[in-house]
Design a binder for this molecule. Structure first.
Ligand code: E4P
Length: 219
């Protein structure tokens, strides 16, 4: 499973990229709005810090403006992926961009059929929002599996990117589905590395080692 960080926060990205297990970053307008008004610098820094794909979402609304802005975003950095919300009126722009070989991440996908529509256009990534499914009482894992099943049946090239993952249990269930990618907030990513038994175990090993009174392992 590829793991993307769902953030626009440079400190978190700088801290967590060296773990070696983060394959990309997803941003959205809400995440960017938390990082101040110099959006260009924020995005330039993120694209330089991350070697994998960095999703940047269009903020224009009219389909013509979305198409134009998508091209500008695509030209911003080599590893940029253009995020476009799923909508009927954006389908022609999505088709044009996908045909031009621009990497697209179609976001705010909430049904397996929505995923089917954009998979047919050859987009690189499709982002179903699991947490927001759960918010409205829908079984997100069930819908994710239905989405993946349709994609597999027709052998589409698009990768499914499980987004809006909010808890460790949900992430673990997402991993069990075999989905291509999960994007997770930094705080959730860090939770994986915290476990009371791991911490207690380290303290116990250290206490026993200290009893030997040695200053180094091999001396
Ligand atoms: C994904 O690309 C989105 O940025 C994100 O996962 C949304 O998560 P949320 O529903 O917790 O805001």
């Amino acid at each position: 499973m590829k793991i993307f960080l769902d953030t626009a926060n440079r400190e978190y990205i700088k801290k967590l990229i060296p773990t070696g297990v983060i394959d990309g970053v997803t941003t959205n307008p809400s995440l960017l709005s938390k990082e101040g008004s110099d959006v260009k610098s924020v995005l330039r820094d993120i694209c330089a810090m991350v070697s994998g794909p960095v999703s940047v979402e269009v903020v224009e609304k009219h389909p013509d403006a979305v198409l134009k802005q998508a091209r500008e975003i695509a030209a911003f950095a080599k590893n940029v992926v253009v995020k476009i919300p799923f909508a009927l009126e954006y389908m022609p722009a999505i088709k044009t961009l996908a045909d031009d070989g621009i990497a697209l991440n179609i976001t705010l996908v909430f049904t397996p059929l929505q995923a089917l529509m954009v998979a047919k256009l050859g987009v690189a990534y499709i982002s179903p929002f699991l947490g927001r499914w759960d918010d409205i009482g829908v079984d997100s894992i069930d819908l994710l599996e239905q989405t993946m099943s349709i994609q597999e049946t027709y052998d589409f090239d698009s990768e499914i990117l499980a987004a809006s993952v909010r808890t460790i249990i949900q992430w673990q269930e997402v991993a069990q589905t075999g989905v291509d990618i999960a994007t997770v907030p930094p705080a959730l990513f860090e939770q994986v590395f915290k476990h009371p038994l791991t911490e207690r175990g380290i303290a116990l090993f250290d206490a026993d080692w200290q009893k030997l009174g040695k200053t180094s392992l091999f001396e």
